[in-house]
Design a protein around this ligand. Structure first.
Ligand code: ADP
Ligand code: NA
Length: 330
C-alpha cells in the first residue's frame, strides 16, 4: 500500500458546526479514496479545559462525534475511526516528545494564548496541547494532516518537534504536511465575523454557529440574523467580513465559481443571499442528519466500528512506539 497516510481529528466538545464540516470533515471525505486515512476522536484533548466537560457528557460526546464522522461520509472500509484514549501510546509519546520540546515553542502558540486568557486557572495540559497533537500525528507516520486554518501553527510545531527528535535520535519520525483548503478553511461566526466559528463560543453566544444537528428553523434563524452592513456589496474581494463569510459558505457548499455566485447575487440584496444560503445549508445537512439518527441509535454498529478502529490503530502505534523507545535508549 503506497497511498499517503492522512491523520486528523475533532475534539468531542460542544456541538460540531458548519465550520468544522467545511474546514475539516468534508475535506476528509473528498480525499478519502486517494489516501490511507486515520480519523481520531481526540478525547484527551477535550480534557485540557476540564471545567468545560462533565465525565458523562464526554462519553456521550465521543459517540456523537463518531456517528457524525460516519454520517458525513467517512467510510469505515476506507478509513480507520478510533478514540484517542483507547490507544495509550498517545500519552506515552507525549511524555517523550515533551522532553525534546523547548517551552519557548509552546509559549508562542496563539491558541494557547487566547484560550488561557479566558481562564482563571490554566492547566499544564492546555499548555502541552500541541505536544499531544504532535504525538497523535507522528505516531501514525502521517504524510498529510487535513485541518482548518486555526491548526496551521500546530502542524508547524509538529514538524519542528519531529525534526528536533530526528536530529537527536536518528531518522525515526516522518515529517508531516498540512492540507488546508484555499477557501473555507476559516469560517467566521455569524454573530461576529471577526471571530472564528468555534464550538466553545457557540455554547456561550446565541446564533454564533450552525450546528450540524440544528433543525431547519434554527438554521434559518441563525443565518437570517447574521451580521451584515448597508453597502449592498456582494463581490468576494470587496464585501465586508460578514458578507464574505456567507459567500464563502455558499461557494463551499454549492461548488459554484466565484463569478457565477457574484452574478447571481449582483443585485446586492443581503436578504436573498441569507435565504438561499440557509436553504443550501439545510439541504446539505438533511441527509447527514438522517444518517446520524440511524447510526446513533445503533449501539452495536458503532461499538464495532470503534473496536475495529482501535485494533487497526494499535498496530501502527505500537510499532512506532517501539522504534521511538529503542532510538532513545529505552
Ligand atoms: P473547534 O475549534 O470548533 O472547537 P476543533 O478544535 O475540534 O473544533 O477542530 C476540529 C477541526 O475543525 C479542525 O481541523 C479545525 O481546524 C477545524 N475548524 C474548527 N473551526 C473551524 C472554522 N471556523 N472554519 C474552518 N475549520 C474549522
Ligand atoms: Na480548533
Amino acid at each position: 500500500n503506497n497511498k499517503k497516510r492522512v491523520f486528523s481529528g475533532v475534539q468531542p466538545t460542544g456541538q460540531l458546526h458548519i465550520g468544522n464540516y467545511i474546514g475539516a470533515l468534508s475535506l476528509w471525505v473528498e480525499n478519502q479514496s486517494k489516501y490511507d486515512n486515520i480519523f481520531c476522536i481526540v478525547d484527551l484533548h477535550a480534557l485540557t479545559i476540564p471545567e468545560s466537560i462533565e465525565p458523562q457528557y464526554l462519553r456521550k460526546k465521543v459517540r456523537e462525534v463518531a456517528a457524525l464522522y460516519l454520517a458525513c461520509g467517512i467510510d469505515p472500509d476506507k478509513s480507520t475511526i478510533f478514540i484517542q484514549s483507547d490507544i495509550p501510546q498517545h500519552s506515552e509519546l507525549t511524555w517523550l516528545l515533551n522532553c525534546v520540546t523547548p517551552i519557548g515553542w509552546l509559549e508562542r502558540m496563539t491558541q494557547f494564548k487566547s484560550k488561557s486568557k479566558k481562564l482563571n486557572s490554566v492547566g499544564t495540559g492546555l499548555f502541552d496541547y500541541p505536544v499531544l497533537m504532535a504525538s497523535d500525528i507522528l505516531l501514525y507516520k502521517t504524510d498529510l494532516v487535513p485541518v482548518g486554518e486555526d491548526q496551521k501553527q500546530h502542524i508547524e510545531i509538529t514538524r519542528d518537534i519531529a525534526q528536533r527528535f530526528n536530529n537527536l535520535y536518528g531518522n525515526v519520525l516522518k515529517i508531516p504536511e498540512e492540507l488546508i483548503r484555499k477557501s473555507g478553511a476559516r469560517i467566521m461566526g455569524f454573530d461576529d465575523p471577526e471571530a472564528k466559528m468555534s464550538k466553545s463560543a457557540d455554547e456561550m453566544k446565541n446564533k454564533h454557529a450552525v450546528g450540524l444537528l440544528d433543525s431547519p428553523d434554527e438554521i434559518r434563524d441563525t443565518i437570517m440574523s447574521a451580521t451584515t452592513d448597508s453597502n449592498r456589496e456582494t463581490r468576494f474581494e470587496h464585501a465586508s467580513p460578514g458578507i464574505k463569510n456567507m459567500l464563502t459558505l455558499y461557494q463551499a457548499l454549492t461548488k459554484q465559481s466565484r463569478k457565477e455566485i457574484e452574478e447571481h447575487f449582483s443585485d446586492g440584496k443581503y436578504g436573498k443571499l441569507k435565504k438561499e444560503l440557509a436553504e443550501v445549508v439545510i439541504e446539505t445537512l438533511k441527509p447527514i442528519q438522517q444518517k446520524y439518527n440511524r447510526i446513533i441509535n445503533d449501539n452495536s454498529y458503532l461499538d464495532q466500528i470503534l473496536n475495529d478502529g482501535k485494533e487497526r490503530a494499535a498496530e501502527t502505534a505500537e510499532n512506532t512506539m517501539n522504534e521511538v523507545k529503542k532510538s532513545m535508549g529505552l
